[in-house]
Design a protein around this ligand. Sequence first.
Ligand SMILES: [Zn+2]
Length: 285
Amino acid sequence: MIIDCHVHVNNYENENEDLLQERLDELQKTMRRNRVDISLILTSYKVVPGRPSTKAVVEKIRGSKSLYVVAGLSYLNFTQYELDEIKEFIQEGTVVGLKLYPGYEPFYPADKKLTPVYSLAAEMHVPIMIHCGDTYTPKGKLKYSHPLNIDEVAVEHPDINFLICHLGNPWMRDTMEVVYKNSNVYTDISGLVLGNFSDRFEKFMHKQLQEMMVWGVEPSKCLYGTDWPISSMESYLDFMDSLGIPQRDKEKMMFENAVSFFRLPVSTAPPSGIAGKFPFLKSII
Ligand SMILES: [Zn+2]
């Protein structure tokens, strides 16, 4: 089983054009082609035709066993009404986490204005993913997206699990420390490269990542995610294969960690019965 904990259905080429259905179809096709069983769709901090709201995505994927939503929130614009709506989506099982975008918006994660957001996460036992590292736009402000900022919220909210997105790239060592120090902080490997790990910068990244993932980060605290469609699912699977991670650790990163972190309704127990004895039958059964 493979779970991609970090994908988007935004139309990055043209924010004025609504492509939600096309993106969802493309996502499911790409998942099938790459044998990805479950994807978590992260909604944006802004809602425009090309960046659908949490509600719009929830209404499309409701009932799916392979798609779930992590609700993006805007520090500047979130409302109590929106939080109440998200609470209902969490109760029905379509929303499994929250996402904040410091750097893209000017705020530190420990800002007191976010108290209602943290209360919702604690009450509903859902984790919070936090964008960290490069903002991919010169308009972003990096001081807000540094992974060290997660230490403060993690200490203040020991009852909430946090996830530092993108390994905090390029501050991966800082991420490593925050993840190591705080039992409630995890990380994902999404969005680290845009291509297929073949150009100069990507080769450099590959080496860093290899060290980090084999030696630096506790395998049970690192989750597999791609940032599709910004990064490709194909190159991420090749990348995972190329790292030389022990098989048991790879299983945790690509599946088990996400099931427990997001409390997904999927069993991590070894398959039993006939499908357990003959794994190839699973696809038929
Ligand atoms: Zn992303």
